[in-house]
Design a protein around this ligand. Sequence first.
Ligand code: ME8
Length: 518
Amino acid sequence: MADPFYITTAIHYPNGRPHIGHAYEMVAADVIARFQRQAGRDVLFQTGTDEHGLKMAQAARARGVSTRTFADEMSSHFHVMANSLDISYDRFIRTVDVDHYAASQAIWQAMRDNDDLYLDRYEGWYSVRDEAFYDESELTVAEDGTKLSPQGTPVEWTAEETWFFRLSKYQQPLLDLYRDNPDFIRPESRRNEVMRFVEGGLSDLSVSRTSFDWGVPVPDSPGHVMYVWVDALTNYLTGTGYPDPSSDLARFWPANLHLIGKDIIRFHTVYWPAFLMSAKLPLPQSVFGHGFLLHRGEKMSKSLGNVVDPMGLIAAFGVDALRYFFLREVSFGQDGSYSAEAIVTRVNAELANSFGNLAQRTLSFIAKNLDGALPEDGRTDPADAALIEEVVVACAGLKAGFEDLLLSQGIEAWMRGVYACNQYIDIQAPWSLRKTDAERMHAVLGTLVRAIRMLAIAILPVIPRGAAQVLDTLGAEERDHQAIDDDGWYARRRADGAPLAPPVPAFPRLEMPVEDQE
Ligand code: ME8
């Protein structure tokens, strides 16, 4: 049985429509999930929506509909977006799912059995937008006197009877965890930030609410619903069949990777491991906090009018183009900027003019001049083996990058293979050889077919549609990493005798949408 690999995105708040940050996170996780599947791992990939909490209840009230009706409608936009982005999730979880209630109540009970929950009165500052409690010392004051959280959102004073979790008890175990597992929090800058926070001391955490009822009921405590982050974090366990140890999915816990944004790192690397330690459950291997995607370098906000609908970007540029842009443009872990020009420039330079053009000019030349028959083994030249070697190195570079979550560096390594092919084709000039040296022309085209096949397999996780289209034209069925090195493919494929399918451009050139032209 292959080695399990469980990857999750954050579950997204559907209090508004999905934005580009949500799309970015789903795509990044999807590329890693596809990459690990292609490498032979037994992958479970979960994404979904986080539907409880005051923020959802307030948004529904503002719309004048019941919270459940609102949640159903809004969650469906995230589900549709995931499908439109070709996200290969195994489960799209909703925190209103019945099994999620069971899992949340089970972890609650386990924390209670460990004597980590007690009833007390909570008085303090709460931000509904962040669904988070803050200490007075963390707040700043706006010009109009409003108190603001470190995320810049307004806080309000709340006082109610709640259950508390003994977070303070876990300060040292958490510091030990970070020290012993340097990869638990990535990238390094986030790890340092969390360690400083925990070293500063931890207060017990209020983990239930009595002032509203939109949440998972606390077992044996009428009137209390769980603090939204308790049930939200538990979604990762729900996906593995928790609390049933005999579930088919139980083999996926602990998760290999929680992929989340930098603003919610504290919830995932302080609260979540503490809850799991308390419930005596194994801890995830790694939490990666990616950066934010900013529109022309500015934070998105409705008042700036720069909240771009990802569905509009898919319609304007296509799924592969958007996926490629997200991962190639932004060094993974850091913030990045996007704009229509940046998407068009990047995609045209690298997909349309480089990889797409390489595949298209090679395959249409073969279609036209060899009637689509695979080139024969002509007279070789050292340049042929050198090119194949460069492409093998490029694909290995992508693999090494992706294993370490250096996604843009991995794609950059791959691009070097594409550039090497384009240089080779210009130097070897098969169009001239057609008249002067047919045997050599065959060798050149055969080398290019092999190279294109390897490059297309390697990039499949990033641009699954276009890369599959190129591979379909070649009739290359095996598409895992092992297949990249399989040099028996070309001989087998030639022996089967079927001509290549007529090539269709897989990566059209993009135009700037009219409304974005200045
Ligand atoms: O925080 N660029 O949900 P959420 C990149 N429900 N990523 C961004 C982004 C941006 N501009 N804006 C947000 C929540 N994100 C909770 C999570 S998990 C148990 C519960 C990321 O809808 C953000 O960092 O506010 C987070 O990882 C995800 O989108 C969902 O954010």
